[in-house]
Ligand binder design. Structure first.
Ligand SMILES: [Zn+2]
Length: 288
């Protein structure tokens, strides 16, 4: 009965949706990893996006005029993550707040000496446990290029991680996935990246991943979609776990796209993306 009601509600929303066709076509062209989607995947992405925009509430802050294109820009990417998971993976929260640019959250934390600190670092995005996703439009707009830094993917990956508590790099795994295999793959890769960052190496993966296991999962999710060949080359076990978790294989898609057209991201013989071809390493990343 419940599932029939849900299916009825879903078909009602889809039937009455008014999605601007021109805006949709532009959104499909905007992101390299979405361009690689098959016709069937695009159709399912379209349905998910409509349902997502119906379920979630967008608002803006600091005077930003939020347009339909901006909402679509966020929604398409949020839904690309859950293409093979379903909208219920974004259950338990509703708000998406967009700031015009980086913002300073009014968080307080108390240190070991009992002193209350209020941060003054600029954030590009934030995801709250059971609460809103907060995004900086300036940082979103810069995330169009497949350079492995994508604040929308990052914050929505945190949301998936938070399905079973705080963002600790351990989202709820599917039946058939092994907790130990996940932990071993991610722990080894995290420790390796931290050691390379500590040694001053100019890593191709965003060093922000070394902040914590939770940030590692979110940053590796950004790279998984945008630079899957880099993740597969650097940490193949992590790539395999992410492919199982997201139920997607962006590298296979990218290979298909390269066979049918000129690549946007040049690769060296090891299959690793050339930073020069993607605009170099991102500068010191904002917190996200
Ligand atoms: Zn983060």
């Amino acid at each position: 009965m419940w599932s029939r009601l849900k299916a009825w509600r879903r078909s009602r929303i889809l039937a009455s949706a008014q999605l601007d066709e021109r805006a949709w076509r532009l959104a499909m062209q905007r992101f390299a990893y979405v361009r690689a989607f098959s016709a069937d995947e695009r159709e399912r992405l379209r349905e998910l996006t409509i349902l997502f925009m119906h379920d979630k509430r967008f608002s803006s802050a600091h005077g930003l005029r939020l347009t339909d294109d901006m909402r679509l820009h966020v929604a398409v990417q949020a839904c690309a993550l859950i293409l093979n998971l379903g909208l219920e993976y974004y259950r338990g929260w509703r708000e998406i707040v967009v700031y015009p640019a980086g913002f300073v959250p009014r968080h307080q934390h108390v240190d070991d000496a009992g002193v209350v600190h209020e941060g003054d670092e600029v954030y590009a995005g934030e995801a709250w446990l059971h609460g809103p996703v907060i995004l900086s439009w300036a940082d979103i707009a810069e995330s169009d290029y497949p350079d492995g830094v994508n604040v929308v993917i990052h914050e929505f990956a945190h949301k998936l991680d938070m399905l079973n508590g705080s963002a600790n790099g351990y989202p709820p795994l599917h039946r058939g996935m092994d907790r130990r295999t996940w932990s071993e793959a991610f722990s080894a890769a995290y420790e390796d990246l931290c050691a390379r960052v500590d040694a001053g190496e100019d890593t191709i993966l965003d060093p922000y991943a070394s902040e914590s296991p939770g940030e590692f999962f979110a940053v590796l999710s950004e790279a998984f979609f945008e630079l899957p060949d880099v993740v597969e080359t650097e940490y193949p076990q992590v790539y395999a776990q992410l492919a199982q978790f997201y139920r997607q294989d962006p590298l296979a898609r990218l290979d298909g796209l390269r066979r049918s057209s000129a690549p946007r991201v040049s690769t060296d013989r090891a299959g690793q993306a050339d930073p020069a071809a993607i605009g170099g390493r991102p500068g010191p990343g904002r917190r996200r």
